[in-house]
Design a protein around this ligand. Structure first.
Ligand code: NOJ
Length: 515
């Protein structure tokens, strides 16, 4: 386990929309380098960079044409190495986005695999042996290649599935996961990892990490075997490198070798009920939403088993949002966002802040771009200052990758820097607290102290700290003397709280940490 992960707070950067330094209307690597001090000032000591590789961008770069080449619109491989170096100088880490399940249909491997004549890439993707047969319920394309076969898709039409084999085989074109062709696919991915690790990257966020072997069993044992093999390589040759899964089942991902796994916005799961419960019948019942009728037990019933099963194996990663998810500011007020981030930054595991969430950037109603569809509204340019371009780019506005939030009250870094009570400054105080307190590190112990169905507050312990949150609009109290012994004033507060003879009292919409 890389030790740095324990104190890591990640910042996710969607490179298209962060900072444009060459005035072409799209963000670039130099733009990220120029803002490293800002990211550090947020208390974020690690970055997850969305795909920055050569691509036709039919899925924002999740359709890779060349894994070993930076997309020219972002810069060069040397610029990426410079980003690694500049980050390291500041004690920061960079995770790249690894997409192991599929490539772009424009990748050289795929073009070769479409040829009639057999070659070393014929089995790199999942192909049937006839252009007229389906592919067992999976999405597929037939009739596009001279080769007499259909190929499987892993996501959009532009993303053919790489071949890691089938655990349960019913057709003769299905290869076993230990077939030499499937092992070669795995080794090709490891080669890409080594390529960037040798240049200084600190690890990978892994796209659809659970999607490799098809007709895998319920436990994903065959896909898991691949990741264990990858982890062996890392442990041996790159022990400081981290891998974070997009799996959303930490019980599987961490068992199969990942250091961390995202707790994603999956309908009805614990994370969803905390801050993103807006599709529930009868309105938004998110726990963090003021007077929404939220219930902490809906979170705990889902989270606690996941936590208990994985606490010694790795970390669950809470996110403020990501490039696939509506911005939290779509449904939460600034006060609610402060409380949401306070929880995300004080629960166990390794937290991720999505660029712009630190100022409460909004979800915008914009036209789809690069396969974004409804996701595009969370991918708009970062709002640095109060100028018309929001400081994102000096290109003319019609060249901007996506429109900026031009509303007169759009949140900006410039405005929030000056306001001590801004969301931005709350985030800074929270991350500073997290770094100061060993008990807030990813692996420090966690115990529920007070949680009752449909009641407030929620009180939990991290190491020797006792943390209380009351998102409701009414003052509330809890007797915590049986499980915790705190007295006096808290060491950190949003709002107000106190504890007297074991009775904790906390004001509406408040959060407190007792030392
Ligand atoms: C998950 C990524 O987060 C998403 O943006 C992408 O479209 C799919 N995987 C396909 O790679």
């Amino acid at each position: 386990m890389p030790n740095w992960l324990k104190d890591a707070v990640f910042y996710e950067i969607y490179p298209q929309s962060f900072n444009d330094t060459n005035s072409d209307g799209i963000g670039d690597l130099q733009g990220i380098i120029d803002k490293l001090d800002y990211v550090k000032s947020l208390g974020c000591n690690a970055i997850w960079l969305n795909p920055c590789f050569d691509s036709p961008f039919k899925d924002a770069g999740y359709d890779v044409r060349d894994y070993k080449k930076v997309a020219p619109r972002y810069g060069t491989n040397d610029d990426l190495v410079k980003l690694f170096d500049e980050a390291h100088k500041r004690g920061m880490k960079i995770l790249l986005d690894l997409i192991p399940g599929h490539t772009s249909e424009e990748h050289e491997w795929f073009k070769k695999s479409c040829e009639i004549e057999r070659n070393e890439y014929s089995d790199r993707y999942v192909w049937t042996n006839g252009a007229f047969c389906g592919i067992g319920g999976h999405p597929y394309i037939g009739g596009e290649a001279d080769r007499d076969g259909c190929y499987m898709l892993n996501f959009f039409k532009s993303q053919p599935a790489l071949n890691y084999g089938f655990l349960n085989r019913t057709e003769d074109w299905q290869k076993a996961p230990d077939d030499p062709a499937c092992i070669e696919t795995r080794e090709a991915m490891k080669d890409i990892m080594r390529f960037w690790l040798d240049k200084g990257c600190d690890g990978f966020r892994v796209d659809m990490a659970d999607s490799l072997v098809k007709e895998d069993d319920e436990n994903k044992s065959a896909t898991g075997k691949i990741w264990k093999n990858v982890r062996e390589m890392l442990d041996k040759d790159y022990p400081e490198a981290a891998i974070v899964a997009e799996w959303c089942d930490p019980g599987q991902a961490l068992l199969h070798g990942f250091h961390a796994d995202f707790y994603l916005d999956h309908w009805g799961n614990g994370y969803n009920t905390l801050i993103r419960d807006y599709e529930t019948e009868g309105g938004d019942h998110s726990f963090i939403k003021k007077d929404s009728g939220g219930d902490i037990m809906r979170f705990l019933n889902d989270y606690l088993p996941r936590y208990e099963r994985t606490k010694d194996k790795g970390f669950i990663s809470f996110i403020t949002c990501n490039h696939d998810t509506p911005r939290p500011a779509r449904t939460l007020s600034n006060e609610e966002l402060k409380l949401a981030y306070a929880m995300i930054l004080t629960l166990p595991g390794v937290p991720f802040i999505y660029y712009g969430d630190e100022i409460g950037m909004r979800y915008l109603d914009v036209r789809t771009k690069e396969g974004g569809y409804h996701r595009t509204g969370s991918r708009t340019p970062m709002q640095w200052d109060n100028s018309e371009s929001r400081g994102f780019s000096s290109a003319s506005k019609d060249k901007f990758y996506l429109p900026v939030d031009s509303s007169s009250d759009a949140p900006t870094v410039e405005a929030q820097e000056k306001d001590p009570s801004s969301l931005l400054n709350e985030v800074r105080r929270l991350t500073a607290l997290k770094h100061e307190q060993k008990d807030l590190q990813a692996d420090a112990s966690f115990e529920v102290i007070y949680a009752e169905k449909e009641k407030f507050p929620f009180v939990y312990r991290r190491g020797n700290l006792v943390i209380a949150i009351n998102p409701s609009g009414k003052e509330c109290s809890a007797n915590i003397s049986a499980k915790a012994n705190v007295a006096g004033n808290p060491v950190y507060t949003i709002g107000t709280a106190s504890c007297d003879s074991g009775k904790l009292t906390i004001a509406p919409q408040s959060f407190a940490v007792f030392g």
